[in-house]
Design a protein around this ligand. Structure first.
Ligand SMILES: *[C@@H]1O[C@H](CO)[C@@H](O)[C@H](O)[C@H]1NC(C)=O
Ligand SMILES: *[C@@H]1O[C@H](CO)[C@@H](O)[C@H](O)[C@H]1NC(C)=O
Ligand SMILES: *[C@@H]1O[C@H](CO)[C@@H](O)[C@H](O)[C@H]1NC(C)=O
Ligand SMILES: *[C@@H]1O[C@H](CO)[C@@H](O)[C@H](O)[C@H]1NC(C)=O
Ligand SMILES: *[C@@H]1O[C@H](CO)[C@@H](O)[C@H](O)[C@H]1NC(C)=O
Length: 157
């Protein structure tokens, strides 16, 4: 009973600053210390909550966070380049422009990412999975259509 009340008050205190955190993140955010009543927080607040693949608990500084993000972004770029390479290959197996994009396949890819998101380590917020994969698909369709049009004799339907 007492615990329930405390949990409720904690949620209520965060409600102005955040939307539904369980919806956004799939798990509870680190609790904000009760002394944090104003909009200006004493930093760093909470405690490190990201376990890296080598077992290190991160993070101790904003510099460390940004170095980690830069490292991830470099890997993402390589993977996006590889994905675009596959997309380009896919056009070679399409006979007409109107079959280049397959909306049902697009939706399956996006839904697959959303469904898998919570199984990754750490869990990927489903909202991020959906927005990013929608953006990847949205960027890839015009690219694939452009590639299709580039092939001499292949642009005509
Ligand atoms: C927050 O999101 C969760 C998961 O989607 C849902 O079960 C819950 O009802 C939501 N709470 C509020 C207050 O909207
Ligand atoms: C928070 O900090 C800013 C900038 O230092 C200041 O202008 C503002 O009055 C502070 N707000 C509160 C509620 O302390
Ligand atoms: C774990 O990985 C992080 C990020 O690559 C690195 O900064 C850290 O030094 C590593 N820790 C150990 C114990 O290897
Ligand atoms: C995400 O996975 C965790 C751990 O397996 C589970 O407790 C939680 O209910 C899952 N959340 C959603 C939104 O599926
Ligand atoms: C992707 O395109 C669809 C359809 O045009 C649109 O509804 C959606 O908002 C777009 N998503 C992103 C992330 O650009």
């Amino acid at each position: 009973m007492h615990f329930t009340l405390v949990a409720f008050l904690s949620l209520a205190a965060c409600a102005t600053a955040a939307t539904n955190s369980s919806e956004c993140y799939g798990s509870t955010l680190p609790l904000v210390p009760s002394s944090v009543g104003s909009e200006n927080r004493t930093i760093p607040w909470g405690s490190p909550a990201l376990t890296l693949q080598n077992g290190t608990l991160c993070c101790e500084s904003l510099n460390q966070v940004r170095a980690g993000i830069d490292d991830v972004d470099t890997q993402l770029l390589e993977l996006l380049a590889l994905r675009a390479g596959y997309v380009r290959e896919a056009t070679r197996f399409k006979a007409t422009l109107d079959t280049v994009d397959v909306p049902s396949r697009d939706q399956a890819v996006i839904q697959g990412a959303v469904d898998t998101a919570n199984s990754t380590s750490p869990p990927l917020p489903a909202t991020i999975a959906r927005a990013v994969f929608e953006a990847i698909i949205n960027a890839s369709v015009p690219f694939e259509q452009c590639i299709f049009g580039q092939f001499c004799g292949g642009a005509k339907k």
